[in-house]
Design a protein around this ligand. Structure first.
Ligand code: PEP
Length: 250
């Protein structure tokens, strides 16, 4: 039985004051979210603060990105070891905004995935198609290609120690959610593809859905057979909205 995981991706949002308030709100309500696993991914600079504020709560912390390198002359990058120093559990890799706006290709994403694992972090590997790709009928090809790059560099076993997030690009931050069945279809494809390589990995891996998840649609999405929780952008920035999604996983 896979547990439900709800992870908030705060992106480039927040200030010292607003983040303190957000964390206080989340920790105040997190105790009432049953077995749902919860994580938040603040901007890098707030990770030490948020990590301290979350100590003793059930809420884990992750990063929104990670360097593919361990150390050295890589200006602006943050390594897995640095994230470990502040008790990070997760590292998001391959978010569609990084792929589209910062030209991260499948190979770089795979190297970031490997760097996260090497540092003992659990990668949250984002995959998903653009609207154009969906309309061309190549959603499964795109998702398979994104997964294959990681499996080729690492291994199928490594996927079993990670989290996969299916995030149709056309649903991110647009208010357009994939219908539960549309999401389930792709989740089932992903799990089936993994099962073709290793059934135990497919049975174990949490596959999250991301794309305009809200308190009002989370329950229906999370009740689908292959949807094991959500990666949440906009709705993770208000404690009540985020907790409502976490409650939907109970
Ligand atoms: C995301 O960026 O991962 C995301 C799912 O954003 P939103 O919930 O705002 O669509």
């Amino acid at each position: 039985m896979r547990q439900t995981l709800v992870a908030g991706n705060w992106k480039l949002n927040g200030s010292l004051d607003s983040i303190k308030q957000l964390v206080a709100g989340i920790t105040a309500g997190a105790g009432g979210t049953g077995d749902t696993q919860i994580a938040v991914c603040p901007p890098f600079v707030y990770i030490p603060l948020v990590s301290n504020l979350l100590a003793g709560s059930k809420v884990a912390i992750g990063s929104q990105d990670i360097a593919d390198q361990e150390a050295g002359a890589f200006t602006g990058e943050i390594s897995g070891a640095m994230l470990n120093d502040f008790s990070c559990t997760y590292a998001i890799v391959g978010h569609s905004e990084r792929r589209a706006l910062y030209a991260e290709d499948d190979e770089l994403v795979a190297r970031k995935f490997a760097a996260a694992r090497k540092a003992g972090l659990t990668p949250i590997l984002c995959v998903g198609e653009t609207l154009e790709e969906r309309e061309q009928g190549i959603t499964e090809d795109v998702v398979a290609r994104q997964l294959d790059a990681v499996i080729k560099l690492e291994s199928i076993a490594a996927i079993g120690e990670a989290v996969v997030a299916y995030e149709p690009v056309w649903a991110i931050g647009t208010g357009k959610t994939a219908s539960p069945q549309q999401a389930q279809d792709v989740h089932a494809f992903i799990r089936g593809k993994l099962a073709g390589l290793d059934q135990a990995v497919a049975d174990k891996v949490q596959i999250l859905y991301g794309g305009s998840v809200k308190g009002s649609n989370a329950k229906e999405l999370f009740s689908m057979q292959d949807i094991d929780g959500g990666l949440i952008g906009g709705a993770s920035l208000a404690a009540d909205d985020f907790l409502a999604i976490c409650m939907a996983g109970t």
